[in-house]
Structures are given as structure tokens and as C-alpha cells.
Write a protein that binds this ligand. Structure first.
Ligand SMILES: Cc1cc2nc3c(=O)[nH]c(=O)nc-3n(C[C@H](O)[C@H](O)[C@H](O)COP(=O)(O)OP(=O)(O)OC[C@H]3O[C@@H](n4cnc5c(N)ncnc54)[C@H](O)[C@@H]3O)c2cc1C
Length: 399
């Protein structure tokens, strides 16, 4: 099989790239190893800069029709009260909110829109297993295994969007610089009653931080634990975890029994890393494959989407004209996306070091730190974290 661009991975980066290239008439094939997008560990936040971009593509109405929730402010509850830490309503309308939308709905919508374009193909349940090389050693496509068996897909450009454990990256022998993270995440669901608060609740108490994301009839909970602390938590038993959850979110106290076995609790390992070089002849890496993002700020999906938008805008015209994409072209994409990536990751690293790590190891009463109290005193300052998370550095646009 031949295609102009082979995209490995149908996550946010891969599907947005596939859609934006196909809109320009480029023949593109996206390979996704799972048969569907129904995995609940991929994060839910779509930020204003991505919503703006989806408007530019004409998908604003489709986005608005998804079962999402608009959250105008991020609140954190400490032992001394609840503080608003980011006020998205201070951002320019119309997207002055964070949109919490189950990622499978978002990805299915992108896949359905892209499928309307004649040059787009999505191969589900198809796992990339290796790379093809031409005589000069440049990447010339991929080998994959799908429902029909083994196949080879030749392409003039391969884009790795296969996430933080990227097989393409491994096959290319590229090793990212790994930055330490102080936490891992326990990920579980607890039911939500009609009279419970909506949106997002963040509770910070001794020994941890918990986020409850409102997904309609249940909360998706992210319970932060110290890195490597899972065995200890498991040894302490499920009752101890239930008690901690109820302490952090008292409204869940009558429902923590829904965590019936450890199978209900998934451990998500947090990573933060970055490749020095995102390209080799014939291949480009974007999204988490080039720079795994920490969940802090919930910005990973947005960075991945913005990488895809820049790639499609910068390489699309050449690809559509059938011209070869050179390494200089690929290097230009990395240059364009380097600054937003480094700035965002540096903010995440600072937040991990100065806020999350001390909180994870604190005992006793935990009061809001000075910067958070300052945000309450001068509410206009809440626009700053909202802008950093919601719009970020160098938002991308689609022509
Ligand atoms: C605990 C946790 C919570 C997070 N919460 C949020 C959040 O709320 N908001 C947010 O914005 N970000 C969040 N993030 C970060 C976010 O998940 C990532 O930054 C984002 O998903 C990156 O998108 P991507 O398209 O680059 O990669 P991914 O979303 O990882 O997608 C990669 C895709 O490639 C496929 N794939 C992998 N290997 C192959 C292969 N060999 N062949 C074919 N397909 C393959 C995978 O199945 C997957 O569909 C969180 C991260 C963690 C760890």
C-alpha cells in the first residue's frame, strides 16, 4: 500500500494532523493500534486555543454538540478554604472556558469528519511494528499488523504521533531527555449524584491532591500519589484508600465503597521528557512522542493538537503539490514548536517541584501557599494562569 503521509497513532496529534492534511488534498493514512478510542486515561481538557483552531476548521458546532462541560474557573480547596486559581472567563470570548469532553467523543468526532475527505484513511486495530527504509537509510514508511495480517505502507513522510512510549522513536534509536516527576496518578470512577457540584473539584490535603472531573453521571477521579508510592498504598489496603478519598472529597464519602477491588483503580505513571531532535530523513515526531507532558495544567492534548496544526500548515502545501519534504522543512516544524514546548514543560517542572512535591510529603493541616492567597486578593491576576494554560505560548492557527 502507498500513501503520501503515514501517521502512526490516532490520538489527538495523529487525528488532527490527518484531518488537516486531508483537507489540503494530501493522501494520508492514520494507523491506530486500538479498535476504538474508548480508553478513559487520556485526559479530558480542550483549551481555548484548540477550540479557536477548531472553529477555524469549521468544527465549532460539532465540538459544541459533544457531551462536554464548560468550566470557567479552576478551584482548589485547602484546609483553610477554597480558592479560585485560574479564571478563564477573563480570556477573550467566545472560548473563555475550558471544555471538559471525554476524549473518545472528541477523537470519534475528528475521525468522522476526516472520513468525509476522499484522501483520508484511518486503519483501526492496526499496530505499527517497524519502519521501512530506502536505499539511503531514510524512513520510507512502516510495517504494521492489522486485522488483514501483516502489511507494508510506503510513504514519502512518516509522522510519529504514537505517544510517550513511541515505537517509532524506539526504532529510530532516539532517546528523550527524561525530567524527574514527583508523582504518579491513581485513576478511578465514582458515581455522581444530580445535586453534586459540577465541573471540576480539586482538593488538596495532607499527603495528596485529588481532582474529580465531572463526567455527567460519574466523577473521573485523579488521585495523586508520590512517585513509586503505589506498592505502599496497596499494602495499606483498599479501606485506607477509600478513607483518604472520602477525606479529600467528603461528598464522595457515601460512595467510596464503589471502589470494590484494586481492578477499579488504575495506576498511571507520569512522565515528562523531550527529544532534542524531532526528525530524521523521512520522519517527524510530534505530540507526546517528541515531548511527554505531565498532567499539570491539563495541557498535553492541546500541545499535541497545536503541533499537528503547525505541521499541517507548514508541510501541507508541499505535500499537496507532490514535492519532497526535506529535513530542513522538518527542522522548521521543530523550531516553530520548540519554544511553546520548553516553556510549558518548564512551568510544569516548576509546579511539580514547588507545589506538588511539597504537598505530597506534607503532614498535618495544609493551608493555601502565598501565591494562591495572592490570587484571591487580586482576582485580576487569575487571568495569568488561565492564559498560560488556556492559550499558552504561540497558539497555532489554520489557514
Ligand atoms: C495521568 C495523566 C493525565 C493526563 N490528563 C490530561 C488532561 O486532562 N488534559 C490534557 O490535555 N492532557 C493530559 N495528559 C497528557 C495527555 O494525555 C497527552 O499529552 C496527550 O494525550 C498527547 O497526545 P498524543 O496524540 O501525542 O499521544 P497519545 O494521546 O498518547 O496518542 C497516541 C496514540 O498512538 C497509538 N499508538 C501507540 N503506539 C502505536 C503503534 N505502534 N501503532 C499504532 N498506534 C499506536 C495509541 O493507541 C494512541 O491512540 C495527561 C497525562 C497523564 C499521564
Amino acid at each position: 500500500m502507498k500513501t503520501s503521509v503515514c501517521v502512526v497513532g490516532g490520538g489527538p496529534a495523529g487525528l488532527v494532523l490527518g484531518l488537516l492534511l486531508a483537507r489540503q488534498g494530501v493522501t494520508v493514512t492514520v494507523l491506530e493500534k486500538h479498535p476504538d478510542f474508548l480508553r478513559d486515561f487520556r485526559g479530558d481538557t480542550v483549551h481555548p486555543s484548540t477550540l479557536d483552531m477548531l472553529d477555524e476548521v469549521g468544527l465549532g458546532d460539532r465540538m459544541a454538540a459533544l457531551p462536554g462541560r464548560r468550566v470557567g474557573g479552576l478551584h482548589a480547596t485547602f484546609d483553610d478554604g477554597t480558592y479560585q486559581v485560574a479564571d478563564f472567563t477573563r480570556l477573550p470570548a467566545p472560548h473563555n472556558y475550558v471544555y471538559f469532553v471525554p476524549q473518545w467523543d472528541f477523537l470519534e468526532m475528528l475521525a468522522a469528519e476526516a472520513a468525509k475527505l476522499p484522501t483520508f484513511t484511518l486503519l483501526r486495530a492496526t499496530t505499527v511494528t517497524g519502519l521501512l527504509r530506502d536505499a539511503s537509510g531514510a524512513v520510507a514508511g512502516v510495517r504494521a499488523a492489522g486485522p488483514e495480517g501483516e502489511m507494508e505502507i510506503e510513504s514519502s513522510l512518516t509522522v510519529a504521533c504514537d505517544g510517550r512510549d513511541s515505537l517509532v522513536r524506539q526504532e529510530l534509536g532516539l532517546r528523550p531527555v527524561d525530567y524527574a516527576t514527583p508523582m504518579d496518578v491513581l485513576w478511578f470512577r465514582i458515581s455522581r449524584g444530580p445535586s453534586d457540584g459540577d465541573g471540576l473539584a480539586m482538593r488538596i490535603g495532607s499527603g495528596g491532591l485529588m481532582l474529580a472531573i465531572d463526567r455527567g453521571d460519574y466523577y473521573q477521579c485523579a488521585y495523586l500519589i508520590a512517585k513509586g508510592g503505589y506498592d505502599e498504598i496497596r499494602a495499606a489496603g483498599l479501606d485506607a484508600l477509600r478513607e483518604q478519598v472520602a477525606r479529600r472529597q467528603p461528598i464522595l464519602a457515601d460512595r467510596v465503597g464503589e471502589l470494590a477491588t484494586w481492578d477499579d483503580v488504575k495506576l498511571l505513571t507520569v512522565k515528562l521528557d523531550r527529544l532534542e531532535r524531532w526528525h530524521v530523513p523521512g520522519a517527524l515526531l510530534i505530540g507526546d512522542a517528541a515531548h511527554a507532558m505531565s498532567p499539570i495544567g491539563g495541557v498535553g492534548i492541546n500541545l499535541a493538537v497545536q503541533d499537528a496544526a503547525a505541521t499541517a500548515r507548514m508541510l501541507g502545501p508541499k505535500l499537496a503539490a507532490g514535492q519532497p519534504v526535506t529535513e530542513t522543512d522538518l527542522a522548521a516544524v521543530q523550531r516553530r514548536r520548540w519554544l511553546p514546548t520548553v516553556v510549558t514543560q518548564n512551568i510544569q517542572r516548576a509546579a511539580q517541584r514547588r507545589i506538588v512535591d511539597p504537598l505530597l510529603h506534607a503532614t498535618g493541616r495544609i493551608e493555601a501557599p502565598a501565591p494562591i492567597r495572592l490570587l484571591r486578593r487580586f482576582p485580576a491576576l487569575q487571568a495569568l494562569p488561565a492564559r498560560l494554560a488556556g492559550i499558552g505560548v504561540r497558539p497555532e492557527h489554520v489557514r
